[in-house]
Design a protein around this ligand. Structure first.
Ligand code: MG
Ligand code: ZN
Length: 222
């Protein structure tokens, strides 16, 4: 009985994710699902991207949070369209929530859509949101054991941002262990070393985003 219900939830999510994917394809928008633990710096990475890119690529943001509109307010200050999803305690986003948020989003004018998931390394992984790519974010302060402990996320991710690298001198973060564990799960995935505070690696982050949009262009032309 219980198994059947879970299966039905996942099937409904998959249907809604397909609708999201089709809307994004029609509007020629690349959507990125940002997954991380709370406090890894997802919102800061989005802010950096908006500052560097929104003149050449129109950007929209969907903010997922259990409560508050704090991240949405931060992003809205930069003058881009933002829709807040409050999950009311829920620990992940589902495709149906994204579908509703898209109704409020001026999709046709956009090229890039950030979907900031609820801070959580477990269940966001199993809910397809219809995104083009998944972006995992890990901050130095969380420790180097995250790939080993949460393998499902890193197996299904197209890029990982190792954030807050400016903290490296103050932390016992074993970067070679982190990379070795990551390579076992996802040998080809780019791992971007970034600090939003110092600006280190922001050019690489922005370059990866440009590449994702350009790759989508190529597909549309074909
Ligand atoms: Mg945030
Ligand atoms: Zn959850």
């Amino acid at each position: 009985m219980e198994i059947k219900i879970v299966k039905r939830i996942m099937e409904a999510n998959e249907e809604h994710a397909q609708v999201v994917r089709e809307r994004l394809r029609q509007a020629n928008v690349v959507a990125l699902n940002l997954i991380s633990a709370p406090g890894s710096g997802k919102t800061s990475l989005i802010e950096c991207a908006i500052r560097e890119l929104s003149n050449e690529l129109p950007i929209g943001v969907i903010e997922g949070d259990p409560d508050t509109t704090r991240d949405a307010e931060r992003v809205a200050r930069l003058g881009v369209p933002v829709v807040q999803i409050n999950t009311e305690g829920g620990c992940h986003l589902e495709a149906t929530m994204v579908l509703r948020a898209l109704e409020e989003m001026p999709l046709d004018g956009l090229r890039l859509l950030f979907i900031e998931n609820v801070g959580n390394l477990v269940c966001p992984v199993v809910f397809d949101l219809g995104e083009t790519h998944r972006v995992a974010v890990v901050s130095i302060a969380e420790g180097h054991d995250k790939p080993a402990k949460y393998p499902a996320l890193f197996r299904t991710t197209q890029v990982t941002v190792l954030n807050k690298v400016d903290l490296m001198p103050y932390m016992d973060f074993d970067e070679s262990q982190f990379i070795a564990d990551m390579r076992k799960l996802n040998p080809e995935m780019p791992i971007l070393r970034v600090s939003c505070r110092t600006g280190e690696g922001i050019a690489e982050w922005v370059g990866w985003l440009r590449g994702a949009v350009n790759a989508a262009n190529t597909v549309v032309v074909r």
